[in-house]
Design a protein around this ligand. Structure first.
Ligand code: UD1
Ligand code: CA
Length: 452
């Protein structure tokens, strides 16, 4: 049995380049706040504890860390100072401490596991995940001689020779739990940025005679997110992974580049997805479901064999049963469609429950809002709602009932009943022909009058 690791997630930086009132680590990626991806990734290493480091007053960030504790770094004096703020919360921890950044959501559990394993194997005091950067200029450089990581030099402090090094610091660092306190407390801020650099832990460990190592990973994982442009790059990278995983698990995508998934989207095998489909958080789709082009689905469960779209919008709280058909320009919100129910064209069904096999005609609106509160529409099994009907909630339409087209239904319709909620038709024989003749005559007379 190896001792479990502890994880420290640094998220107290100012994030000024985002130009946002929202803390950087809360900006969403694939439907989750950035830092939730980090927590999900490190969680896969089954750490004994996770500690967040946040800025003063960042309550929303602390909430994103919950149930894990978040400690406050009083002032943003650098990554070394931030890690030091977590020392109190690490008391009693003996195993390795993995320090990661809250703005690096793409680092995989696999890479972190490799780093921790390499550190354990070689009994390193400090290990770093590094990568070969196409453009090393924004990163700290890993100075390696004869296979030994000697130090990390930040870009601003690097000399010409060091600047030419393209092996860079990802920011993921594994530090021996027995040494971390001494190392972090020894870090000074005598550098270009007057900051306490976590990266100095490497040279300090070396100077004390300890082993320090670098483990190489892939650049794609280590792109930190500092700006909106990098947020978009990160989103694309995450989407590529999510799509690839879905297809590997048996999902068909006609044009994967146009399918946008959330990190928690659950797609069963033999789901088929057309072009330009977006999934918000909280969607699960059972097998055999076909989602046609241009659908937007969020917070919903889609049952086996359902047919969705094209152009359907399914909003949170919806439960679409097996074999249900939802057609073009149909919007569901907090609505349950029981097995085999159909709403094939142009409908809004909000706060509703539709019984098995019921058919909802084109243009049906569940009138669920009176300006103050939301009300429910309940439709029994095998009911038929004719086209262009308004169901003014709260209202119930019974089992096997029939609502005639164009009705405004304000009263409950009992089982098996037929409801007419519209004016009765009046037909006048010959009236159209007569009217037309009269109007024609009048127009001719007016023309004549003008000539005179
Ligand atoms: C850091 C590394 C650099 C590495 C790069 C990878 C240091 C000194 N430099 O630089 O070697 O190549 O990441 O992207 O570590 N933070 C705090 N408190 C602070 C400062 C930062 O919590 O006082 C947090 C930030 O919220 C962020 C992380 O630490 O999550 C990294 O900080 P950042 O300022 O972005 O470091 P870089 O300059 O990118
Ligand atoms: Ca950064």
């Amino acid at each position: 049995m190896t001792t479990p690791i502890a994880v420290v997630v640094l998220a107290a930086g100012a994030g000024t380049r985002m130009k946002s009132t929202l803390p950087k680590v809360l900006h969403p990626l694939a439907g989750w706040p950035m830092v939730r991806h980090v927590l999900d990734n490190v969680g896969r290493l089954r750490p004994g504890r996770i500690v967040g480091v946040i800025a003063p007053g960042a309550d929303a960030v602390a909430a994103a860390f919950a149930p894990h504790p978040a400690v406050v770094q009083k002032r943003p004096l650098g990554t070394g100072d931030a890690a030091k703020a977590a020392l109190g919360a690490l008391k009693g921890h003996r195993g390795p401490v993995l320090v990661v950044f809250g703005d690096a959501p793409l680092v995989t559990a696999e890479s972190m596991r490799r780093l921790v394993a390499a550190c354990r194997r070689s009994r390193a005091a400090v290990g770093v995940l590094g990568f070969k950067a196409r453009d090393p200029s924004p990163y700290g450089r890993l100075i390696v001689h004869g296979g030994v990581l000697e130090k990390i030099v930040e870009s601003k402090d690097a000399n010409a020779v060091e600047k030419a090094v393209d092996f860079c610091n990802s920011g993921v660092m594994c530090i021996d739990g027995a040494l971390i306190g001494g190392l972090l407390r020894a870090i000074r801020n005598n550098n270009a940025k007057r900051e306490f650099y976590l990266t100095d832990a490497v040279a300090l460990a070396r100077a004390a005679g300890h082993r320090t190592i670098a483990v190489e990973g892939d650049e794609e994982e280590f792109q930190g997110i500092n700006s909106r442009a990098e947020l978009a790059v990160g989103e694309r990278a995450l989407q590529r992974r999510l799509r690839a995983a879905a297809m590997a698990a048996g999902v068909t995508m006609t044009d994967p580049d146009t399918v946008w998934l959330a990190a928690d989207t659950r797609l069963s095998p033999d789901v088929s997805i057309g072009p330009c489909v977006r999934f918000g958080p909280g969607v699960s789709v059972a097998s055999g479901v076909q989602i046609k082009a241009f659908c937007d689905i969020e917070g919903a469960r889609i049952g086996r064999g359902a047919l969705i779209g094209p152009f359907a919008r399914i909003r949170p709280g919806s439960d679409v049963g097996e074999e249900v058909h939802i057609g073009n320009f149909v919007e569901l919100k907090a609505t349950r469609m029981a097995r085999g129910a159909k709403a094939n064209h142009l409908a809004y069904l909000g706060d509703s429950a539709i019984g098995q096999r019921s058919n909802i005609g084109a243009g049906t609106i569940a009138v669920n809002y009176d300006g103050y509160g939301k009300h429910r529409t309940v439709i029994g099994a095998d009911a038929f709602v004719g086209s262009n009907s308004s169901l003014v909630a709260p209202v119930r339409v019974g089992r096997g009932a029939n609502v005639t087209a164009g009705s405004v239904i304000t009263e409950d319709v009992p089982d098996g009943a037929m409801a007419f909620g519209r004016a009765r038709q009046v037909t006048k024989k010959g009236r159209a022909t007569a009217l037309r003749a009269k109007l024609k005559e009048r127009a001719a007379a007016a023309k004549q009058a003008k000539k005179k």
